[in-house]
Write a protein that binds this ligand. Structure first.
Ligand code: UGA
Length: 457
């Protein structure tokens, strides 16, 4: 049986809340701190603020027992051996990460330290942030032997965050002292020893694996860099395949075949080689910009990342031109849009390519009717319903009498559409697919005019 450790997690965003719930599931005593009183009340009352598989089950099992919620950072710090900082690090105007929340939390933690604590960065932060946190804590009069700073980045994807946390590819423990490194590694002992299982009864359908997760012990700086470099590399893979897709279109080849061909080389790997309308979300755009900025600050030319960003921006415009090539003019055309979220399986709209494309359609005078299985309510707050921006209850209602159908998010339910029904629902059977959900040959046989990414058709 692993040792139970007292943990505070500061910030109940998607990283903080998922980490807190999973730590409780792993047998630790957890206090999750947020300064949003309403959110804390909601969590105490059994509410679940984000759409994340298995999170409701974990919260139901542990909330108000080994997982407590509070606004009191001081009390949480004093009651805990390890304090994880998981507050937001939004993008500032310069492209750098805005670390003011981390700074504020570090000062407050410092004022509450009276015995040895390990303060761990869990948010995505630029290299050297640990040094700043250390300075802030020292400036507040805390002696150096009463604390250590560590970095323990997360590699969670939205929508599959709980599974990613409990069965990740690796756990990165970045710490500069034996004591902090050992304590942090012992938190993850249930995962690294392979002794942890979510019971099927407690969380029905949860995928359990019996292979232990490797723990990578590094310095704090290396851990900070691992997180930024991982996200930047994945974004680079996506931009790379998107350009290859554009070349495929020019020569009449199929990018799916090319991606498979290069992805079966184990040095490259098959994942994140799906061509589309570009990456979005709350992480890649922000982290690529922040990592590029880190390079700039250090006098290191990381022009490669500027190119990754440029390709990503172009990809949406290119898709829009594809729509133009199918429709000729836009004014008063009725366009059905399937998908608003930045990817399937989430209700998150942050930096969603779909919103950017809808914006271009509306500017050209089109009438858009959109449907998304999870993100409609959020979308209505950003794009309020109007004569030209409409929302439908399902895919077929969105397609009713439309001049064309655009697929902008890779939801599985779109891939499973009844194509014959869709054909007679649309005014013109034109489908422009930004996520390559359909087979071009099948679409042609079913009588569609079908355009997709990096393929003839
Ligand atoms: C990403 C990383 O995958 C996580 O490892 C990381 O922990 C997280 O950021 C973070 O830093 O918090 P996430 O933003 O949830 O996770 O989404 P992804 O599944 O990575 O997708 C990002 C974007 O890339 C989406 O818009 C998706 O549609 C697009 N994408 C992804 C492609 O266009 N092609 C692909 O092959 C894969």
């Amino acid at each position: 049986m692993s040792k139970s450790i007292s943990i505070a997690v500061v910030g109940s965003g998607y990283v903080g809340l998922v980490a807190a719930a999973c730590f409780a599931e792993m047998g630790h005593q957890v206090i999750c701190v947020d300064n949003d009183e309403k959110k804390v009340e909601m969590l105490r009352a059994g509410g679940v603020p984000i759409h994340e598989d298995y999170l409701p089950e974990l919260l139901a099992r542990h909330a108000n027992q080994t997982l407590k919620f509070t606004t009191d950072l001081r009390a949480a710090t004093q009651a805990s051996q390890v304090i994880f900082i998981a507050v937001g690090t939004p993008q500032s105007k310069t492209g750098s990460a805005d670390l003011s929340y981390v700074d504020a939390v570090a000062s407050e933690i410092a004022r509450s330290i009276d015995d040895y604590k390990v303060i761990v960065e869990k948010s995505t932060v630029p290299v050297y942030t640990n040094e700043w946190i250390r300075r802030v804590i020292e400036r507040n009069g805390v002696p150096r032997d009463l604390f250590d700073i560590a970095s323990n980045p997360e590699f969670l994807r939205e929508g599959t965050a709980v599974v990613d946390f409990l069965h990740g590819d690796r756990i990165v423990v970045g710490a500069d002292s034996e004591r902090s490194s050992g304590l942090l590694a012992s938190i993850y002992e249930p995962l690294s020893s392979g002794s942890y299982y979510v019971s099927e009864q407690a969380v029905p359908g949860f995928r359990t694996l019996d292979n232990p997760t490797p723990v990578l012990r590094t310095t704090t700086k290396a851990a900070e860099l691992i997180k930024h470099a991982s996200n930047a590399f994945l974004a680079m893979k996506i931009s790379f395949i998107n350009v290859v897709g554009n070349i495929c279109e020019a020569v009449g080849a199929d990018v799916e075949q090319v991606a498979q061909g290069i992805g079966t080389d184990s040095r490259i790997g098959p994942k994140f080689l799906k061509a589309g309308i570009g990456y979005g979300g709350s992480c890649f755009p922000k982290d690529v910009a922040a990592f590029r900025y880190v390079g700039e600050q250090l006098g290191v030319d990381f022009g490669l990342l500027a190119e990754v960003e440029k390709i990503n921006a172009e990809q949406k415009k290119r898709f829009f031109q594809k729509v133009r090539s199918a429709l000729w003019t836009f004014r008063a055309k009725r366009i059905a849009v399937l998908g608003l979220a930045f990817k399937g399986g989430t209700d998150d709209l942050r930096d969603s390519p779909a919103l950017e494309i809808i914006d271009l359609l509306l500017k050209e005078g089109s009438i858009v009717t959109a449907y998304d299985p999870a993100a409609m309510e959020r979308a209505k707050a950003v794009l309020p319903p109007s004569d030209t921006m409409r929302y439908a209850a399902d895919s077929y209602a969105a397609a009713q009498d439309a001049d064309a159908l655009l697929v902008l998010t890779d939801w599985q339910e779109f891939a499973e559409l009844d194509l014959d029904r869709m054909h007679y629902t649309l005014r013109y059977p034109i489908v422009i697919d930004g996520r390559n959900l359909f087979d071009p040959v099948t679409m042609l046989q079913r009588g569609f005019t079908y355009l997709s990414i990096g393929r003839m058709g």
